[in-house]
Design a protein around this ligand. Structure first.
Ligand SMILES: [Zn+2]
Length: 253
């Protein structure tokens, strides 16, 4: 139990750093220096302002110095990072696979939120993520040819399908979207990659229709697709094998 509480706060602290990355990377500010500051009054934050989730609750969601309302997204990302760390170790034990799971989460969150905020896909981050994903896969699954071919096929499909849609839809998706798909797929096996693509279209479709209905977006407004690939990837990671088993059982009755 203590282990999971520690893991939660460790994960949430990483989540706090992810918030920094999401805010600073697109602006070209270093993620290490200067230390965290309030985006509104620029005052440096003290360590007690930076306890993940807790500080937000204690300060009732406002900056201690200028009263700026801190977007709920900050503590939510910390919260989910903590929960994902717990989920990883609960599922995979204290192992390299658990680390892979958490690293996957970090890259997906950073890339998705940057894409959502500014419709920008940061190639450097996405390629770094893909490289790390491939490395984890090779270390954990070895080099045996059969599975490796399936893995590469998964990467190809993720990159190819999004690229194809981009050509057919004439700019409905960007170059970056196929790179993001590639990055997400680099952490998944073939089956989960196919499921990830499917889920991202389902979630993207539902959100698109809801936004149209609520008149938040017109038919012509572009919606960044990266976040949906991220959500699809996370869902596939969380409950993909469960969904696949259910699907197979359903059709073999
Ligand atoms: Zn402030």
């Amino acid at each position: 139990m203590i282990l999971y509480v520690l893991l939660f706060f460790l994960g949430a602290s990483v989540g706090s750093f992810l918030n920094v990355c999401i805010y600073r990377l697109p602006k070209g500010i270093s993620v290490v220096f200067p230390p965290s500051f309030c985006p509104n009054c620029k005052k440096s934050l003290r360590w007690y302002d930076l306890v993940p989730v807790v500080s937000y609750a204690v300060l009732r969601g406002r900056c201690r110095y200028c009263g700026w309302r801190i977007p709920a997204r900050y503590p939510l990302i910390e919260l989910f990072s903590g929960l994902w760390a717990v989920f990883s170790v609960y599922n995979y034990g204290l192992s390299l696979t658990a680390l892979e799971s958490f690293v996957f989460f970090c890259f997906v969150v950073v890339v998705s939120f940057i894409d959502m905020d500014s419709m920008v896909v940061m190639d450097r981050v996405v390629f770094l993520g893909s490289g790390v994903g491939v490395l984890f896969h090779l270390v954990l699954n070895g080099f045996s040819l059969g599975p490796l071919m399936w893995y590469l096929a998964g990467l190809g499909i993720a990159w190819g399908i999004i690229g194809l849609i981009r050509i057919v839809s004439r700019g409905g998706m960007g170059d970056g979207d196929s790179y993001i798909a590639l990055m997400v797929a680099s952490f998944l096996d073939f089956k989960l990659t196919v499921l990830m693509l499917f889920l991202s279209f389902v979630v993207g479709g539902i959100v698109g229709v809801l936004l149209l209905l609520m008149k938040r977006k017109g038919r012509k407004d572009a919606l960044p697709f990266g976040p949906f690939l991220g959500v699809g990837g996370m869902l596939a990671y969380l409950c993909g094998n469960f969904i696949i088993r259910w699907y197979v059982n359903f059709f073999s009755l």
